[in-house]
Design a protein around this ligand. Structure first.
Ligand SMILES: C[S@@+](CC[C@H](N)C(=O)[O-])C[C@H]1O[C@@H](n2cnc3c(N)ncnc32)[C@H](O)[C@@H]1O
Length: 300
């Protein structure tokens, strides 16, 4: 979508008929200028890191700091350093790519995204060494092998709503097998994803926000572990709902601060739709239907 184009919410039937790329474009190609009004300056569209997972002590005073902490966590976990080559699966507007080059001295950082707006933005703003391609990770192949990988907030899009548990695990296994061939031996993969938490499998399907993120279902932790096990060793795992609830609270507050500008530029319907979805998402975390999981996995 281009700037000032109006947003039309999809009904369930329309959402169920979208292809994977259309589903991503429907949500993410809503004008980078719109997202930049309520995300942090790095345009991170995923949970920040607000707490120490052991002590529960706060480690961030606001959204900007929580996002910087999140980026640092993943760069540490994927062991990104001078000369390193990094693959970021679902790179959004490129926050990790830029930090890998400018803060850690990585030699190269390549992102994959299905969003045209994000791809264009990265092409226009990325420092030398950072780049992105508009491609589905499930069809991506490369001669070069990477020293590490990060994926934040993309894994939620890999499985489809109609899939049963074994089908979901098969998709995740396929993903990890592909990643295995893209990484050098011993490479670390830092994965952050929303997970189902205090719900059983049947309930999870009823809670799916199909008109917000069409064609997507999120994993249970054990599905990720089963999918990864043949090709990756689990080195670290944390699971907590609070970081995302705080992130969503900050996004809603920012959105409301810009209410008048958003309505003037993109219309009331878009403001209402995004505000409702962010509030409902927060409820899913405070009621513990969802939690946020961070995995560090080592290539076997
Ligand atoms: C919630 S955004 C997160 C973006 C970024 N990692 C961040 O934290 O700001 C999800 C990202 O995953 C990407 N994505 C989802 N499914 C994908 C797939 N199959 N292949 C490549 N990218 C995908 C989207 O295009 C988008 O960039």
């Amino acid at each position: 979508m281009t700037q000032d184009q109006s947003f039309a919410p999809a009904d369930l039937q329309a959402a169920q008929q979208m292809s994977a790329s259309e589903a991503i474009e429907y949500h993410y190609d809503n004008d980078t200028a719109f997202f930049s009004l309520w995300l942090d300056p790095t345009l991170s569209y995923s949970s920040g890191r607000w707490h120490d997972p052991m002590t529960r002590a706060p480690i961030a005073a606001d959204l900007d700091e929580a996002q910087r902490r999140k980026l640092a966590f993943h760069l540490d976990a994927a062991r990104v350093g001078p000369g390193h080559s990094l693959l970021d699966i679902g790179c959004g507007w490129g926050a990790i790519l830029k930090a890998a080059i400018s803060e850690r001295g990585a030699a190269s950082a390549l992102g994959l995204t299905l969003s045209r707006d994000q791809h264009t933005y990265i092409e226009e703003t990325a420092p030398e060494g950072a780049s992105a391609i508009l491609q589905d990770v499930f069809s991506y192949d490369s001669e070069a092998r990477f020293d590490g990988a990060i994926s934040i907030g993309a894994f939620e899009h890999f499985a489809r709503p109609e899939m049963d548990r074994s089908q979901k695990i098969a998709v995740y296994r396929d993903f990890f097998e592909r990643l295995h061939t893209l990484l050098n031996p011993g490479a670390a993969f830092s994965l952050q994803t929303i997970v189902w938490d205090a719900v059983n499998f049947e309930e999870s399907k009823k809670w799916l926000p199909q008109t917000v993120f069409p064609q997507s279902d999120i994993p249970f932790i054990d599905e990720v572990v089963e999918g990864a096990n043949p090709t990756f060793r689990l080195a670290y795992l944390e699971n907590d709902p609070q970081d995302y609830a705080l992130t969503l609270e900050a996004w809603v507050a920012n959105l409301r601060t810009h209410h008048d500008e958003i309505v003037e530029r993109w219309g009331e319907e878009k403001f209402v739709w995004f505000e409702r979805y962010l509030r409902n998402s927060r409820l899913a975390f405070t009621r513990r239907k969802n939690a946020l999981a961070r995995f560090v996995l080592l290539r076997r």
